[in-house]
Design a binder for this molecule. Structure first.
Ligand SMILES: [Fe+2]
Ligand SMILES: [Fe+2]
Length: 340
């Protein structure tokens, strides 16, 4: 999946503060002009092309946060694989969680084309320096959470990610095409599983409503802070990485989701949610940004658990990487000997 933190600076705190203005030489000025022309023409920047440092850094932060979000995003749902209510649901959930792992690997590869190593990105994640989407710092308390994550969390991710298929950096844009197709399956399987539960018992309907109540506001916060408080949004827009503002995407998501909730027969937990004829959009109530920032900065209900799980998985897998490297070294030595 996912979204939100892509406009959040790594490290602690919400403000990145003003940056010093770099000195630009005549040579650089020509390169900058060619780069900006390409962006203006809606062309694609490729790894071998010259790019400003701010562009490279913005992309590394965004793509690596996106990759981390895919990988950490496997955890809340992975927790339910052993408890899925049927073989069919289990097979679907395994496929979905596996897709998320694939998205993470795709995106780490895209980030590597910008000159950052995978070891460095993983180290940043494991030491808490890098962010990932805060939505995964909340627990999945009942089976309906799995359906609601598909419907709402993957649904929000799709809203955010479809414009990324046209982002100015070629490897990222191309990776997103496949990712979006798979996210679409994630959203549909979630919605379908909720439809089945809503046609079931009173208890099942109550589980769905409970899950919707807990996830709705978190999903709205996934689009990131309002544009005025989003220090990285402007640079993303300027460089053709971001095509729509956080608030525009959030509004699109609300407008698309309200009719789906009506078909499903659930109530979205917002007394202020209503159609605004003049605007041609749904109005919605205020989002609790203090809670959002607390979670982004490490104080959500599952932050420590999620990170500890990733660090343990990395440590447990070290012997596999060591063995693969030892085998590669042995093979190279044997081939060198045979060639001599
Ligand atoms: Fe994904
Ligand atoms: Fe997904």
């Amino acid at each position: 999946m996912y979204t939100q933190s892509f406009s959040v600076g790594d490290g602690q705190g919400k403000s990145n503060g003003p940056k010093p203005v770099p000195v630009i030489s005549v040579d650089d000025a020509e390169k900058v002009a060619a780069f900006e022309q390409k962006i203006a023409d809606d062309g694609r920047i490729e790894p071998q092309d010259w790019m400003p440092e701010a562009y490279r850094k913005t992309l590394i932060r965004q793509i690596s946060q996106h990759a981390h979000s895919e990988i950490v995003g496997m955890l809340p749902e992975g927790n339910w694989i052993s408890r899925a209510p049927s073989l069919k649901r289990k097979a679907i959930l395994i496929a979905k969680v596996q897709d998320e792992g694939g998205h993470g690997l795709y995106l780490y590869s895209a980030a590597e084309t910008l000159g950052v190593s995978r070891d460095k990105m993983l180290d940043d994640l494991h030491t808490g320096r890098a962010k990932y989407s805060s939505i995964f710092n909340y627990p999945t308390l009942n089976w309906a959470d799995v359906g609601v994550i598909g419907w709402l969390v993957d649904g929000a991710a799709i809203m955010n990610q479809i414009p990324l298929c046209r982002c100015s950096y070629g490897p990222y844009a191309r990776a997103m095409i496949r990712v979006c197709k798979e996210e679409s399956f994630h959203q549909r399987q979630g919605y379908e599983s909720l439809l089945v539960m809503m046609r079931g018992t009173e208890e099942q309907r109550a589980m769905v409503q409970d899950a919707v109540n807990r996830w709705w506001w978190k999903c709205l916060a996934m689009f990131g802070p309002p544009d005025a408080d989003s220090p990285n949004s402007a640079i993303g827009m300027r460089y053709g990485i971001k095509r729509f503002s956080n608030d525009d995407l959030r509004q699109k998501f609300v407008d698309a989701t309200v009719p789906q909730a009506e078909i499903l027969g659930v109530t979205l937990p917002d007394p202020d949610l209503k159609w605004n004829e003049a605007r041609g959009h749904y109005d919605y109530g205020p989002i609790d940004w203090d809670e959002f920032w607390r979670t982004v900065n490490g104080d959500g209900p599952c932050n420590k658990e999620r990170l500890a799980t990733r660090v343990k998985a990395d440590r447990d897998g070290q012997w596999v990487r060591d063995a693969a490297l030892a085998h590669a070294r042995k093979r190279a030595a044997r081939e060198a000997k045979e060639a001599a």
